[in-house]
Design a protein around this ligand. Structure first.
Ligand code: RP5
Length: 174
């Protein structure tokens, strides 16, 4: 009885999977090795904000995600003060395993829109009130909601960080 699989080039049956060529096996092994290198604890949601002064409000998004068991990371980066950092973070976000970006900013709140310009991930903007806000954050809300056609940003209520996290959870679980 022939104990070799002709498609396995002489390998004993059981060592070569039916229909799989040696080159396929090598490619699969390479992919498996790449997956092993991926951080299984990688965050799914990136929470970014324009200033440390936004932290108290934006922390509510992290708390909501933590309560739901959704891994997240929190970073401070300003679209105006740290433009290169924002671009790098958003360009690498998808590759790092992030699924959604939540971006909070006040005043001329460019951060959510700039984030969306640099990533194909969904971006949820959180307009924030700050010391010099016009109409309690209406300035930031308009800056976030009034994105040009082709570059959408979801916009939750002023200071609506918790809702942003709930929306992010729904996107991830959709
Ligand atoms: C925005 O300017 C920030 O998101 C913050 O809401 C506001 C004020 O920033 P700080 O002057 O407190 O750093 O870019």
């Amino acid at each position: 009885m022939d104990e070799t699989d002709p498609r396995g080039e002489g390998l004993p049956v059981g060592r070569a999977e039916a229909g799989r060529q040696p080159s396929d096996t090598a490619a699969t092994t390479a992919v498996e090795e790449e997956f092993e290198e991926l951080d299984v604890d990688a965050p799914l949601v990136g929470i970014i904000m324009g200033s440390k002064s936004d932290m108290d409000t934006m922390q509510k998004a992290a708390t909501e995600l933590n309560d739901r068991g959704i891994r997240n990371e929190v970073r401070v980066m300003s679209a105006h003060r740290d433009p290169d950092l924002v671009a790098d973070y958003c360009k690498n976000a998808h590759m790092r395993g992030l699924r959604v970006i939540i971006a909070g900013a006040g005043l001329a709140a460019a951060l959510p829109g700039v984030a969306a310009a640099h990533t194909d991930l969904p971006v949820i903007g959180v307009p924030l009130t700050s010391g010099n806000s016009v109409a309690g954050g209406l300035d930031a809300m308009l800056a976030i909601a009034q994105m040009p056609p082709g570059v959408p940003v979801a916009c939750v209520a002023v200071n609506g960080a918790r809702n942003a996290a709930i929306l992010a959870a729904k996107i991830i679980n959709a």
